[in-house]
Design a binder for this molecule. Structure first.
Ligand code: ST9
Length: 619
């Protein structure tokens, strides 16, 4: 038995009963991936995840890699290597990867469903295994040379990294100082120090290919300040033969430190020095200076990954807590607590434990639906792209949802893991005998990397709502409104529809007041005051969470509708309980989470500048 408790039934519920993925499987670009095959893939990956992948989860945390500054190496523990090899040898990582890089085309929804299982079992396995996906990115964006590198990465299972952050350029990527100097042979020499680089050193593959953002110098018209002046370079750890991939000399890029972290310890987080003792040779990706946009293709995928990792961890945290609660006997039933001889009961009898468990269950199911709903929008984008069309509505809706998946998903998961899942164990939750303390430590990073929660809130409001002139948001709002107005389900969810309608109104009001502040921050409009932008900034995280709550409630209630319909027919006992659980989660969320949005609205509407005007010394 490993730490990992998956919820394959709920994953399949989302894919096939809620989101109708049977419609896309076995058709169009996914002709070779029919429903039966997809289900078999999920079953197999579930088995692998709960056994071999999860097996090294604790061991790799207790004995993490150690950095050797002499050799610049940080070898991984053997137990972890076994998990990693089991994943690569299974070849399931190829599902959803482009055929050009040796992949098996599949809809993104299937890929993310599968990813949940890997990320829940052992997230670092997924991260070290993402080389082939980087290979696909090079293939899509590159010249013939870069495409060949992309193919080599996928074929030889080389590692790959995304290299943005620097000691003084974290959230503000545009402050990066790493330079790229053009060479007469068309290559570049990269010089600088990068920080917090995931997987930049390990011994799982003999080559690691770094995708490095750097600022070109000495070339007219490129390399200006900010993010737009950055270009993206392919910088290999070892030089190699472009035809065969045979490795040559060591390139001038070395890891000069591996961080000591609170959690996710087996995932090497490295300082990377480029051009120290020797030039770090790189190629300009696609021979175009479009670095930040290219890198955002990686970032978008990675943000989806982080949200999925977060909810996968909350899900296994909840299921571990549930198992513990079902067996832990403590205290008498509340109605008999004055009777000292009353029988002792399992803690699942206690109202506060039930509240906590239902809260965990509702959020887990809500956020799994959020991830897979977003992935189903990515299906639309991908199917259109395969037909040579751009589905702009789907692209923009996916853009709108991504900061919610990442920002809301990570914050709710990390908070609930600590305040509810671990808490269910009482003092035992604090012990390393149970996986909860590691989950809490490992999940904290999800609110931090790939753009902090603050960045996600700003991205949601300024880029995904204002810059998009509210179109994607409007599309989502109208879908939710249509569902609210729909009378199907024989009025069984009438109260919940009303709660959702009210919550939607509250979120709209929060968005409206923020948009008004944004518009009146322009000094050119009568009465405009730039400080009104502070009032927006004081509410971006609030809006992120409030919109997340509404989308989650909507998806849960749609799931409840499916559950109620299923309960109208004959069901085996276990299925009956499953559907009853779906209805209960949705009702719980609607009744206990949504009413809080009215208070959030009041807070947003009464935002003033007092927090900004307070003297720093008074903090
Ligand atoms: C990190 C690693 O944290 C963590 C773990 C990694 C594990 C890796 C393993 C898995 C990887 C997965 C592999 C996938 C492979 C590939 C798959 C391919 C399918 N959306 O607003 P502006 C762009 S790494 C899209 O002016 P500022 C856009 O081009 C560190 N694009 O920005 C835009 O131009 P335009 C993570 C966006 O004010 C341009 O940027 N670090 C988006 O200059 C400029 O935009 C971070 O995440 C977007 N949402 O800079 C940084 N936003 O406007 C966090 C911007 O013309 N900081 N662009 O369209 C930020 O995100 C900042 O907001 C900022 C601000 C840097 C963008």
């Amino acid at each position: 038995m490993t730490h990992y408790k998956s919820n394959l039934r709920d994953i399949k519920f989302n894919l096939f009963e809620l989101l109708g993925r049977s419609e896309v499987l076995g058709t169009g670009p996914y002709e070779d991936m029919d429903v039966e095959t997809a289900e078999a893939v999920l079953d197999e990956v579930n088995h692998l995840a709960t056994t071999k992948l999860a097996e090294s989860f604790e061991a790799a945390d207790r004995e993490p890699p150690v950095f050797d500054p002499q050799s610049h190496t940080a070898p991984l523990p053997d137990a972890f290597k076994r998990s990693y090899r089991a994943w690569m040898e299974s070849e399931f990582y190829k599902i959803g990867l482009a055929a050009e890089v040796n992949g098996q085309p599949a809809p993104p929804s299937l890929r993310w469903a599968m990813n949940e299982l890997v990320l829940g079992a052992n997230p670092a396995v997924y991260m070290y295994a993402s080389g082939p996906k980087f290979g696909e990115m090079l293939f899509r964006n590159g010249t013939e040379r870069d495409q060949q590198i992309g193919k080599l990465i996928a074929e030889k299972l080389w590692g790959a990294t995304m290299v943005l952050t620097e000691p003084d350029a974290g959230s503000d990527v545009g402050a990066g100082r790493t330079r790229a100097l053009p060479q007469p042979d068309g290559t570049w020499h990269i010089e600088g120090v990068k920080r917090f680089i995931t997987s930049a050193e390990h011994d799982l593959s003999d080559q690691i290919v770094h995708l490095v953002l750097a600022r070109p110098v000495g070339v007219e018209g490129v390399g200006g300040p900010g993010t737009k002046g950055l270009s993206l370079f392919i910088v290999p750890k070892y030089e190699f033969d472009l035809e065969t991939g045979d490795l040559g000399e060591r390139n001038g890029v070395v890891v000069t430190n591996v961080e000591h972290k609170m959690g996710l310890k087996v995932s090497n987080t490295c300082e990377l020095t480029l051009g120290g003792d020797k030039p770090a040779m790189g190629w300009l990706l696609g021979e175009v200076h479009d670095g930040i946009a290219q890198m955002f293709q990686v970032i978008e995928d990675a943000r989806m990954m982080v949200g999925t990792k977060a909810i996968a961890t909350l899900s296994t945290g909840y299921l571990n807590a549930l198992e513990y609660a079902k067996s832990r006997v403590q205290g008498a039933d509340l109605t008999q607590n004055r009777d000292r001889s009353a029988p002792r009961v399992t803690i699942t009898h206690h109202p506060d434990v039930r509240r906590s468990l239902l809260n965990q269950k509702a959020y887990v199911e809500a956020m799994r639906s959020l991830v897979l709903y977003t992935a189903s929008i990515q299906d639309k984008v991908a199917i259109a792209a395969a037909a040579g069309v751009e589905d702009d509505d789907a692209i923009k809706l996916n853009d709108l949802l991504l900061p919610i998946v990442k920002g809301y998903g990570s914050e709710k998961s990390w908070t609930l893991l600590g305040t509810e899942a671990l808490q269910t164990f009482g003092g035992s939750g604090f012990l390393s005998d149970y996986p909860l303390e590691q989950y809490v430590r490992d999940a904290k990073i999800d609110t931090l990397y790939e753009g902090t929660t603050a960045i996600q809130g700003q991205d949601l409001f300024f880029r995904k709502i204002i810059r998009n002139q509210g179109r994607a948001l409007g599309q989502l709002q109208s879908e939710i409104q249509q569902w609210v107005a729909d009378e199907s389900g024989n009025g069984q969810l009438k109260d919940e529809r009303e709660l959702l309608a009210k919550a939607l109104e509250d979120v709209e009001a929060i968005g409206t007041v923020m948009a008004t502040h944004a518009m009146t921050s322009d000094p050119r409009v009568p009465g405009g005051d730039p400080r009104n932008l502070y009032k927006v900034g004081l509410n971006t995280t609030r809006l992120l969470f409030a919109l997340g709550d509404v989308v989650c409630a909507w998806l849960l209630l749609r799931g409840a509708e499916v559950g109620l319909a299923a309960l109208n027919g004959e069901q085996p006992e276990s299925e009956k309980r499953f559907y009853e659980g779906k209805v209960a989660s949705a009702r719980w969320f609607a009744h206990t989470v949504l009413p809080k949005l009215a208070a959030e609205r009041v807070i947003a509407e009464s935002t003033d500048l007092s927090a900004m005007e307070l003297d720093e010394a008074a903090f």
